[in-house]
Design a protein around this ligand. Structure first.
Ligand code: PMP
Length: 443
């Protein structure tokens, strides 16, 4: 394998790339460029080692540039670079689907491939509506999301999502969407693991049912842990209650596990961790450890089989992407799943989670820290907003961490951490040491 490069020039023209979810003008004044990566570290353009506290964007669960994954992608690129997935297939697509289905709980045993979390979500929402129609229940078209939910950036995802910044510039969005209340309650501040209060927030679904009638509702979609809006851990009993309300009213339950899937909580999926069986799981990110874009919508047998009852020659679902089950993505997924299994990385996450919890809550008492939340190997560190400048303190902590050699994710004034699952105790200690100094320095 080639040696990672240690330094790089900043390109002379930074103007053409309109960067996503970025303050472009601010960034281009002081760019942060990453030029290579290995295991737990990035190398920045100025040659510094940056400890990856966020698994890139919550995705590099196996660690960076892992040899078996790199080799599998290289070999695949040289063998079958592309194959259509419409009325055609290739062996690794079927193999990857079987492997994912085997990891998913219960009878979640069919997999529809896409290229991102956003596409996995839109696929799930479309399957939900089409499923009811296929059962002769075409009136069930309403979709229920949740305040502070993030489900990607497609029109479906931003409609069920609960982040006004992501919605307000884009017109009326999908009709027939409602939102459950979010589960963040200041009473739960500094809870370790799952917070105690808030199971009854699931009853928000009863209020929506009372307004619109269950016969109009297709599906509820929630992230088991709301990640991008600040790591909101579900209260004890909440997901179970949501499941039983969905059952009572014939509503499908979708878990968006784009972040929680593939070991983040020390189990293959949050559904397995919490012991709650959804009707669909959406996944991406950790599926290929971030190496090649890939999304997956994992569907329960009964939902899938409902589509399989017409004439065998008929296309059952008019949906798909040119790059569904892309050979490079399938090769990357298979190699990634091998690494997870062979190195016991989900078990490593589970084993380290008590130490992680202790490190997270070691920040209690740091200046302006108003809440600390953790589960598995994920954490949210909430800072008090600076007067009149929400988000400024969080952004400064993020920049300071980067300067000091730690990559974290910032959302407003909340710092999110989700390291690769190969992390060790010493790196956890280092991570929270840098974060503590950064918080101190911007206070
Ligand atoms: N759902 C969830 C829960 C996510 O966290 C994300 C991305 N952070 C998405 C969907 C969208 O994924 P992508 O950016 O790959 O489209």
């Amino acid at each position: 394998m080639t040696e990672p490069s240690s330094k790089a020039e900043i390109p002379s023209d930074l103007s053409a790339w309109w960067m996503p979810f970025t303050a472009n003008r601010q960034f281009k004044g002081a760019p942060r460029l990453l030029v290579s990566a290995k295991d737990m570290h990035y190398t920045s353009h100025d040659g510094r080692q940056i400890l990856d506290g966020s698994a890139g964007l919550w995705c590099v669960n196996a660690g960076h540039c892992r040899e078996p994954i790199v080799k599998a992608i290289q070999e695949q690129a040289a063998t079958l670079d592309f194959g259509p997935a419409f009325q055609m297939g290739h062996p690794k697509a079927f193999e990857a689907a079987s492997r994912i289905a085997a990891l998913a709980p219960g009878d979640l045993d069919h997999v529809f491939f896409s290229n991102s979390g956003s596409e996995a979500v839109d696929t799930a929402l479309k399957i939900a509506i089409a499923y009811h129609r296929a059962r002769g229940d075409a009136g069930r078209t309403r979709l229920i999301g949740r305040e502070r939910g993030y489900h990607g950036v497609g029109f479906g995802g931003i409609s069920v999502g609960g982040l006004s910044n992501n919605r307000r510039s884009f017109g009326p969005l999908l009709p027939g969407v409602d939102h459950l209340p979010h589960t963040h309650d200041p009473k739960n501040a500094f809870s370790k693991g799952q917070p105690k209060h808030g199971e009854e927030l699931a009853d928000g679904l009863e209020r929506i049912v009372a307004t619109h009638d269950a016969s109009t509702i297709a599906a509820v979609i929630v992230e088991p842990i709301a990640g991008s809006t600040g790591v909101l851990i579900p209260p004890v009993g909440y997901l179970q209650r949501l499941r039983s309300l969905c059952d009572k009213h014939g509503i499908l339950l979708i878990f968006d596990e784009v972040i929680t899937g593939f070991g983040r909580l020390g189990a293959p999926f949050a559904a397995s961790y919490f012991g709650v069986q959804p009707d669909m799981i959406t996944a991406a990110k950790g599926l290929t450890s971030g190496t090649v874009p890939m999304g997956a919508t994992i569907v329960r047998k009964g939902v899938h089989d409902t589509f399989m009852q017409g004439p065998a020659a008929a296309i059952e679902l008019f949906h798909g992407y040119t790059y569904s089950a892309h050979p490079l993505a399938c090769a990357a997924a298979l190699a990634t799943l091998d690494v997870y299994r062979d190195e016991g990385l989900f078990e490593n996450a589970k084993k380290l989670s008590p130490a992680w919890e202790e490190a997270v809550h070691g920040l209690r008492g740091a200046p302006n820290v108003v809440d600390l939340r953790n589960l598995g190997l994920v954490a949210g560190v909430e800072l008090a907003p600076r007067d009149g400048a929400p988000g400024a303190r969080g952004y400064e902590v993020f920049v300071r961490c980067y300067q000091e050699g730690l990559l974290v994710r910032v959302t407003g004034d909340i710092i999110a951490l989700s390291p690769p699952l190969i992390v060790n105790q010493a790196q956890i200690t280092e991570m929270f040491g840098i974060l503590r100094r950064a918080i101190d320095s911007v206070s």
